[in-house]
Design a protein around this ligand. Structure first.
Ligand SMILES: Cc1cc2nc3c(=O)[nH]c(=O)nc-3n(C[C@H](O)[C@H](O)[C@H](O)COP(=O)(O)OP(=O)(O)OC[C@H]3O[C@@H](n4cnc5c(N)ncnc54)[C@H](O)[C@@H]3O)c2cc1C
Ligand code: SF4
Length: 331
């Protein structure tokens, strides 16, 4: 690991100033991803600005009944928070489906949103990778891509976003609050992560020096149930091959409200707007769910070895919507 300076600011303003004033600075949350990448030589920041003790460790209710989640709230605490468990089960389940208990005790909300891809070539500095070194190439396209993207990828990158939490936040219409050298702004989670295009080195729309300070959830949708389901190679401690976050309400046998997002399939959490259009107002049954999910997944462009992910995602999504319909009918 290369030598680096370390700073623990006491305020958000001080953190932003330090981050903006040093081109090689990185914010440090729990360090469970950043420090690993530093050990591998993928990241070599000149300054670590440790934001983990900033006063951003609270979950509070907003005036309209939503939630504000501080950027340094630990993944375990967020998953266990009573308001999250009761109002946003998909978020709690997504967090608990990620990593291990030990990692979740350390990982933060801000760091989880900004964790980097698990593409094996990105983590191996002996290999080219457009995300690590722009213009160097993408060996994954022809190489090992079984776990990688089937939707929204480009010639330049076929990586997936690894965060389970972000998929639930996308389905729940959460927003990210950012503080930067030019002030404060709010970005919907669905617009926060990017598709790779021809500059996959940019994972998100975050600007240099910007700090995530909060994630804001709207009030839980009245009468709706939500869930998160994840398919992976092992029962625990593995990233998603495909995952689904779904929110559904049913009235008089028809879909009243539906939001659906996929994980493990694309460079960002994939909000399934096409499927949602088919679902809205249609009879809440398996035929509708299959039509809706198929309409969304028609855009999939699997690579040589990952076509199975499309079918996996289809079955997860249709099953999840059916499960939520049963839950809605029960109560
Ligand atoms: C073995 C293993 C298995 C895992 N399995 C899963 C899994 O199944 N699902 C899953 O979702 N995750 C999984 N993870 C990833 C884990 O969830 C992430 O490492 C963790 O959430 C990152 O949070 P952190 O606070 O430690 O981030 P850090 O490592 O501190 O930071 C990550 C990035 O975010 C930036 N950053 C941190 N905080 C802020 C902020 N407030 N504002 C701006 N930038 C910030 C850092 O500069 C860095 O670029 C796994 C990790 C490991 C090691
Ligand atoms: S898929 Fe993306 S991250 Fe992986 S090697 Fe290609 S450019 Fe790099």
């Amino acid at each position: 690991m290369k030598p680096f300076a370390y700073l623990r600011p006491a305020t958000v303003a001080e953190a932003v100033r330090a981050g903006a004033g040093h081109p090689g600075a990185r914010f440090l949350g729990g360090g469970t991803n950043l420090v690993d990448l530093m050990k591998l030589g993928v990241e070599s920041p000149g300054l670590l600005v440790d934001v983990s003790r900033l006063p951003l460790d609270r979950v509070t209710r907003t005036d309209d009944g939503g939630l504000r989640i501080g950027a340094t709230v630990r993944n375990s605490d967020l998953a266990a928070h009573p308001d999250v468990r009761s109002g946003y089960p998909a978020l709690s389940q997504a967090l608990l489906a990620g990593a291990s208990g030990q990692l979740r005790n350390t990982a933060t909300t801000g760091g989880n949103l900004l964790q980097r891809t698990r593409c094996p070539y990105f983590q191996d500095v002996s290999k080219p990778c457009n995300k690590r070194i722009p213009g160097s190439g993408c060996p994954a396209r022809e190489g090992a891509h079984r776990d990688l993207a089937v939707l929204g990828h480009s010639q330049d990158c076929v990586a997936t976003n690894p965060s389970d939490m972000a998929v639930a936040l996308a389905a729940l219409d959460a927003a990210v609050l950012l503080h930067g050298p030019e002030g404060e702004r709010t970005v919907p989670v669905t617009d926060f992560h990017r598709l790779p295009g021809d500059n996959p080195d940019q994972d998100t729309v975050i600007r240099p020096g910007e700090l995530i300070t909060e994630v804001v959830l709207p009030p839980p949708p009245a009468g709706a149930a939500s869930l998160y389901r994840k398919a992976r190679d092992r029962a625990s401690y593995a990233f998603a091959l495909a995952s689904v976050a779904a929110v559904l309400s049913v009235r008089d046998g028809r879909v009243d409200r539906a939001s659906l997002a996929f994980g493990g399939l694309a460079h960002r959490p994939w909000r399934a707007r096409v499927a949602e259009d088919v679902l809205r107002g249609a009879p809440a049954n398996e035929d509708t769910f299959t039509r809706a999910v198929d309409a969304e997944l028609a855009a999939a462009r699997p690579l040589r070895d990952n076509g199975f992910k499309v079918d996996l995602a289809r079955r997860l999504a249709v099953g999840s919507l059916a499960e939520l319909t049963t839950e809605a009918a029960a109560g």
